[in-house]
Write a protein that binds this ligand. Structure first.
Ligand code: ARG
Length: 571
């Protein structure tokens, strides 16, 4: 696969070695040192000269001169020295020819790599809670996790996506108790999570009047723990009803999981954790509870067992991490969870490390993200405006449909496209900036076809498809000289850097780098589209511009897929 940066690094490296065989301290590989200049007039890649001039004991201009002569015939037009940098300029025609043939040779693979070959990554995302509403608070983890899974897959990793369900705790005993007393099967089937919540709230109200109820609730939880068939059956059914609701969201977003092993899955695996902690001398008593003291690390203690012997969120997470390591042999275990749980994960990783699991230190990562608010209002779970994901996505599709009806009244599959565009708008808005940044979601912004939005990028893809559809039969050999203008070159340069964007997105767990890359490509294509006649009288020039259009469409489609958007061919 052609990677211009790689090519420059290799060429420059070998030229240097040839020109200066005696030099010591030349970097083995120049790749990491190459930079993208802020302005393309300064070159396609830049190399900080002073790093070379020291090793070579030569002034930067002399190095530039030697390299320029050597690189002349290799698709690099010239090397210039400016402001402490060596600037590399590609030969414009060569760039067009080589890059387009590389992209079009394996259109669906451009940007992929085998960086992760032989490695496994576990991704813990979405991880919803049973009997709780699936609201906007779970949007980022779901969308981010899905994008990361696709990106890691694309980089050759073996991925294991896990929905670590929140399905353990005394509240489920209370809920079953309430159901037995006042519940009805049909009401739960139809009302779903809302009905379960209603039962749970009623339990609280009744227990305030009659404290003995609390014991009954606890007894039901104990039954779940002990595997009582009736308790398990109801509990299992609550889970199914909750998941059925969630599935609607997952289907619309095209999000999939390899495993739904949640907290309850680890209930019978926490005994071993407690025993191990004890044996390793890490467990301490604290008012009847068991804790791991983390004061030496500047953190509050990690709670392992309550005084009644019940396990905690941490206990189950310790068991889960060990289980995942032993089952999947992961090289990375990512937790895509809000930054509010930062302390939880620092404690978790530290305890694992203290237990002697060295991998916890560099293989377990909390992939944290900021808050989402909706049209200026922070998420409130209690009073009123809980924005349900399901409703948000439905609303997105309705709004997109209105716009599409107006913009493209003749489009055949309006509903289908509205789904892709509406969902795309939401997903794009979620992955637009680095993940730690808070998101304020506004409809007008997300659905603006002209701004930096999902619909804008999708629209550009559809535009490319339309150009390709309209192109007449053309057998002319492409004249790449037709792509040496600034607009074509700007677009080519962005396409050539797409693989770097994907690789960096994977290394930093930042899908927004891909969002940005496809947005820049879309903008550059539109500029190219307005400045040049693609379907021209000159068949050879037309063929070259069509190749550029096809490559661009393909890269946009790949990029959109990687962040979780579909690419409609007509909109
Ligand atoms: N269910 C939790 C929540 O909604 C997130 C779980 C994240 N994963 C984990 N292994 N702790 O807050």
């Amino acid at each position: 696969m052609m990677d211009m940066k790689r090519r420059i690094a290799d060429l420059a490296g070998s030229m240097l070695k040839k020109a200066f065989p005696q030099a010591e301290g030349l970097p083995e590989d120049l790749y990491a040192l190459l930079e993208v200049p802020p302005d393309s007039a300064m070159g396609d890649y830049a190399f900080p000269c002073f790093k070379l001039s020291k090793a070579l004991r030569l002034a930067p201009p002399l190095i530039a001169k030697t390299l320029a002569e050597a690189l002349d015939e290799n698709g690099v037009a010239r090397v210039e020295c400016a402001g402490g940098y060596l600037n590399f300029f590609f030969d414009r025609e060569t760039l067009a020819r080589d890059l387009l043939s590389a992209i079009l040779a394996a259109p669906e693979k451009w940007g992929s790599s085998d960086e992760g070959a032989g490695k496994t990554v576990c991704l813990d995302y979405s991880s919803i809670n049973i009997a709780k509403r699936f609201h906007l608070g779970h949007l980022s983890t779901t969308v981010l996790g899905n994008a990361l899974k696709r990106i890691y897959d694309f980089q050759g990793w073996h991925t294991v996506s896990i929905n670590h369900l929140g399905d353990w705790g005394t509240q489920f005993g209370k809920m079953i108790c309430a159901y037995k007393k006042w519940g009805e099967k049909d009401a739960v089937e139809q009302g779903g999570v809302d009905e379960m919540t209603r039962l749970y709230v009623r339990f609280g109200e009744e227990a305030a009047k009659d404290p003995a109820l609390e014991d009954e609730g606890r007894a039901w939880f104990k039954k779940i723990e002990e595997g009582d068939p009736e308790a398990l059956e109801i509990f299992q059914w609550f889970k199914e009803v909750t998941l059925k609701d969630a599935m609607r969201v997952y289907d619309v977003l095209d999000v999939k999981f390899d495993s739904y092993a949640g907290e309850s899955f680890y209930a019978d695996k926490t005994g071993r954790v407690v025993k191990e902690l004890e044996e390793k001398g890490l467990l301490q008593d604290s008012d009847g509870a068991k804790i791991v003291d983390l004061e030496a690390f500047g953190m509050p203690p990690c709670l392992i067992l309550k005084s009644d012997g019940a396990t905690l969120y941490h206990t189950r997470d310790i068991a889960a991490a060990i289980y995942r390591k032993e089952t999947y042999h992961f090289d990375q275990c990512l937790y895509v969870v809000a930054y509010q749980q930062d302390l939880h994960f620092r404690q978790l990783f530290k305890v694992l490390e203290l237990m002697g699991y060295d991998w916890a230190k560099d293989q377990c990562k909390h992939v944290a993200f900021g808050m989402v608010s909706y049209e200026g209002q922070a998420m409130a779970t209690r009073k009123g405006h809980v924005v349900l994901l399901d409703e948000l996505l439905t609303r997105a599709q309705e709004k997109a449909l209105e716009i599409i009806k107006e913009k493209s009244p003749n489009l055949e599959n309006k509903e289908e496209v509205a789904r892709q565009v509406g969902v795309g708008a939401v997903v794009y808005a979620t992955l637009q900036n680095n993940r730690i940044k808070d998101i304020d979601f506004w409809w007008d912004r997300a659905l603006n076809f002209d701004g930096e939005t999902g619909p804008y990028v999708q629209y550009t893809f559809a535009r490319c498809c339309s150009v390709l559809r309209k192109a007449p039969e053309n057998n002319a050999a492409p004249a790449y000289a037709a792509l040496t203008d600034d607009e074509s070159q700007a677009l080519l340069r962005l396409l050539s850097r797409f693989p770097e964007a994907v690789s960096e997105a994977c290394q930093r767990n930042e899908p927004y780098l891909i969002t940005r890359a496809v947005t820049d490509i879309a903008k550059a294509y539109n500029k190219f589209y307005y400045e040049h006649r693609i379907l021209d009288d000159d068949a050879a020039a037309t063929a070259a511009r069509l190749e550029l259009t096809r490559a661009c469409a393909q890269v946009i489609k790949t990029g959109l897929y990687l962040i979780g958007l579909s690419a409609p061919e007509r909109m």
